[in-house]
Write a protein that binds this ligand. Structure first.
Ligand SMILES: NC(=O)c1ccc[n+]([C@@H]2O[C@H](COP(=O)([O-])OP(=O)(O)OC[C@H]3O[C@@H](n4cnc5c(N)ncnc54)[C@H](OP(=O)(O)O)[C@@H]3O)[C@@H](O)[C@H]2O)c1
Length: 253
């Protein structure tokens, strides 16, 4: 076996206190969300998963989660998603879009769309979920997905990276606003180049190959690398809030 590329850690069941608690994975039908769903279902969580357009991909999770369709950019969809999910202990927002400028989408349009999908929609959902938790006086854990590109300066990443940086900052303010009183924790996971979901095509095209060739990272990340951190941050006795945790193999150092 090549020591630099150990096998993925399987989602073995843990005697976790999350058993029976309700967790919504918004955008959980994607590459990173589906792996987190596998971990959380093993721990006995009651899962809700949302998608926006790709119902077929989401249906793969139908045996383990209640599915909801919701476009987080739309206030009415966010409200319906929270209404349909019922009282939540946990919320993880995987919703995101790579926000690549193309011939059909100008820089300005890409930037504006990215702010909606990668920042405003996820943060508003998190704030709305936190308000419901506070209103009910229940404890809760919220995790938002940012990116190492929100930390490292990557040329050409402005629409995606600035929206993700704003999301990290907004999440930390929300964590502070939730401090005290009921126990609601808010954290951010910032993945690097993961061989799953939205980065898969870029990896296949060789865009990130130099990170391996120049020994910047030992391997591409896996969806399970993120899933393990999400699971940890959701544990009811977790003592962490207001933090941005990079899961990037050192890429952003
Ligand atoms: N994969 C990586 O290497 C990587 C690296 C750094 C950060 N991230 C971040 O990690 C998160 C998950 O990434 P992923 O790779 O799992 O992405 P993915 O496979 O593309 O999944 C994205 C998810 O978001 C949903 N979504 C997209 N636009 C939406 C909208 N307007 N409203 C509601 N849902 C919407 C998608 O639903 P549909 O499929 O139905 O449209 C899907 O469930 C993202 O926030 C991403 O920015 C990923």
């Amino acid at each position: 076996m090549n020591l630099s590329d150990p096998p993925p850690v399987q989602p073995v069941a843990r005697p976790s206190a999350i058993r029976g608690l309700s967790v919504l994975l918004a955008g959980g039908s994607g590459g990173l969300g589906a792996a987190a769903a596998e971990y959380l279902i093993k721990d006995g969580a009651r899962l809700h998963v949302s998608y926006s357009h790709d119902r077929e991909r989401a249906q793969a999770l139908e045996p383990i989660a209640t599915l909801h369709r919701a476009d987080l950019v739309e206030a009415v969809d966010r409200k319906r998603l929270l209404d349909e999910s019922g009282p939540l202990y946990g919320l993880v927002v995987f919703v995101g879009n790579p926000a690549r400028v193309s011939e059909s989408l100008s820089f300005e349009d890409t930037l504006r769309q990215s702010i909606d999908v990668n920042f405003a929609g996820p943060l508003l959902l998190a704030r709305e979920a936190a308000a419901r938790m506070k209103g009910k006086g229940t404890r809760g854990a919220i995790v938002l997905l940012s990116s190492m590109q929100a930390v490292q300066l990557v040329v050409g990443s402005t629409p995606y990276a600035t929206a993700k940086a704003a999301l990290s900052f907004g999440a930390r303010i929300l964590a502070k606003e939730c401090r005290g009183g009921t126990d609601i924790r808010v954290n951010v996971v910032a993945p690097g180049v993961m061989d799953a979901g939205m980065a898969q095509a870029s990896i296949a095209s060789g865009k990130y190959r130099r990170y391996l060739d120049e020994d910047v990272i030992p391997r591409y990340g896996r969806a399970t690398d993120v899933a393990r951190v999400v699971r940890f941050l959701l544990e009811p006795d977790c003592y962490i809030t207001g933090q941005v945790i990079a899961v990037d193999g050192g890429l952003s150092l």
